[in-house]
Design a protein. Structure first.
Length: 420
């Protein structure tokens, strides 16, 4: 019987396994077991109609041993300190694997954004930014978009943050958030970056396995930023999308779903349900759809004791953070379904966020081709490090990825020492 464990217990267990396998230095292990800082803010917002509501927001800064804290902000009713802690920890491993001079953080507000107008969301975002105060900063902790947050929300954060610092510092502080609109210092290629990174990993994996992607099929959970970009970038490679699920329902079409047309539908109707030409399927049917690849790109804990036995694929490419819980992972392993882990597959977002941060710091604007080719190079070298480490130590992809991440952090602690 399934005993639900929290996302933070999931990340802790993954970490402990990897630390045991690689014999991580016990002092470094103790340090990494806990986030450096955890900030909870309860802040009031007065709306246009005069009503006041109090919201709870979080920012967890797991580690800055490799560089400034970095990680997204999520607006979702299920956001809580445990989830944010887990997501912040995964960010530390991710930036380490991608060889970035950045640490790991995450934040969010416990809120259902669909219940608020744009005007109200702006007020909430601005008041949250104000409440965070110096918790964030351009060379200290740099937020970015995540679930239900987007370039517009980053623009409000930027504007609020700049309004609270001395005028002389404003022009050189645009890198306080990434994932901004292009006109406000955003980077070309950031919007699609996470999906693009996922597709680069899939291409490299297919090359390694001698698989022709034009003959493959896949299913996809989540059709937001990451899911839709992944599908749109998979389309030119010829891979057929057989089923999609989001918060509005699950759809399937054995002939293949057109990602561009679906994107248009989701933009107009708010979700995949009812997409013309597809048939609605149940949750179980969605998970049981036979395909080569399953790409979860929605939320945590989706591949579980209930759904893992249903999956009918060769490989899971984790585009979401933490989509597979511990029981799900064990079942997939027993069933011989390989899993390429989140901390490798979805690193494209933070990589291009890093490029945006660099462009802002240097007052530069890079061409899209430059961003894409740098992203490609960095994703492939991360992929190669993880694959080679997994093979060398005869461990699964997830443990290989953790060991790559932890080795780099351990080396930094060994070089720096522990103060005092
Ligand atoms: P998003 O808000 O743009 O999209 C989320 C998607 O998940 C939507 O399609 C939504 O319908 C779907 N969804 C929500 N609840 C669901 C449910 N119960 N069942 C099925 N689908 C559901 O978010 P996003 O930015 O695309 O993020 C998706 C995942 O990717 C998250 O785990 C996020 O942490 C991770 N991620 C995002 C980025 C990024 O750059 N945006 C980077 C790295 C990782």
């Amino acid at each position: 019987m399934s005993t639900k464990i929290s996302v933070y217990e999931n990340v802790t267990e993954q970490f402990n396994r990897a630390a045991d396998l690689m014999h991580l230095d016990p002092d470094v292990r103790k340090i990494l077991e806990k986030p450096v800082n955890e900030v909870t803010v309860n802040f009031p917002v007065k709306f246009q109609d005069g009503k006041v509501e109090v919201f709870t927001g979080y920012r967890v800064q797991h580690s800055n041993v490799l560089g400034p804290f970095k990680g997204g902000l999520r607006f979702h009713p299920r956001v809580n300190i445990d989830e944010v802690r887990a997501l912040a920890t995964w960010m530390t491993w991710k930036t380490s694997i991608a060889d970035l001079p950045l640490g790991g953080a995450k934040g969010g507000i416990q809120i259902d954004p669909s219940k608020y107008s744009q005007q109200s969301l702006e007020r909430i975002t601005r008041r949250f930014t104000f409440a965070l105060g110096n918790t964030i900063g351009p060379d200290y902790d740099i937020p970015a978009p995540d679930v239900n947050t987007n370039p517009q929300i980053m623009a409000w954060i930027l504007d609020t943050y700049l309004s609270t610092i001395p005028p002389q510092e404003r022009q050189r502080s645009y890198h306080v958030v990434t994932g901004k609109p292009i006109e406000l210092g955003g980077s070309l290629g950031r919007d699609k970056a996470t999906g693009q990174g996922v597709v680069f990993v899939i291409q490299e994996w297919a090359r390694d396995c001698h698989i022709d992607l034009s003959e493959t099929t896949y299913t996809l959970q989540g059709y937001g930023n990451v899911g839709s970009w992944t599908a749109r970038l998979m389309a030119p490679l010829g891979s057929r999308l057989l089923a999609v699920q989001d918060h509005t329902g699950s759809i399937a079409d054995g002939r293949g779903i057109d990602p561009e047309a679906l994107q248009q539908w989701v933009r107009e109707h708010g979700g995949v349900a009812g997409y013309p030409g597809s048939r609605p399927v149940t949750n179980d049917e969605f998970f049981a759809t036979q395909a080569d690849i399953f790409i979860p790109a929605a939320l945590e804990n989706q591949i579980t004791a209930e759904t893992a036995p249903l999956l009918n694929v060769r490989t899971v490419i984790e585009a979401a953070n933490g989509p597979t819980d511990l029981e799900g992972d064990a079942i997939l392993k027993r069933r011989g379904i390989e899993v390429l882990p989140d901390i490798l597959c979805n690193a494209g977002g933070v990589i291009v966020s890093y490029y945006e941060w660099l462009q802002n710091k240097r007052s530069e604007l890079w061409e899209l081709e430059e961003v894409d080719s740098k992203l490609h190079k960095r994703m492939i070298s991360a992929y190669n490090r993880v694959r080679d480490t997994s093979r060398e130590l005869n461990v699964d992809w997830r443990m290989g990825a953790y060991i790559v991440a932890l080795r780099r952090i351990e080396k930094v602690y060994m070089d720096r020492g522990i103060f005092p």
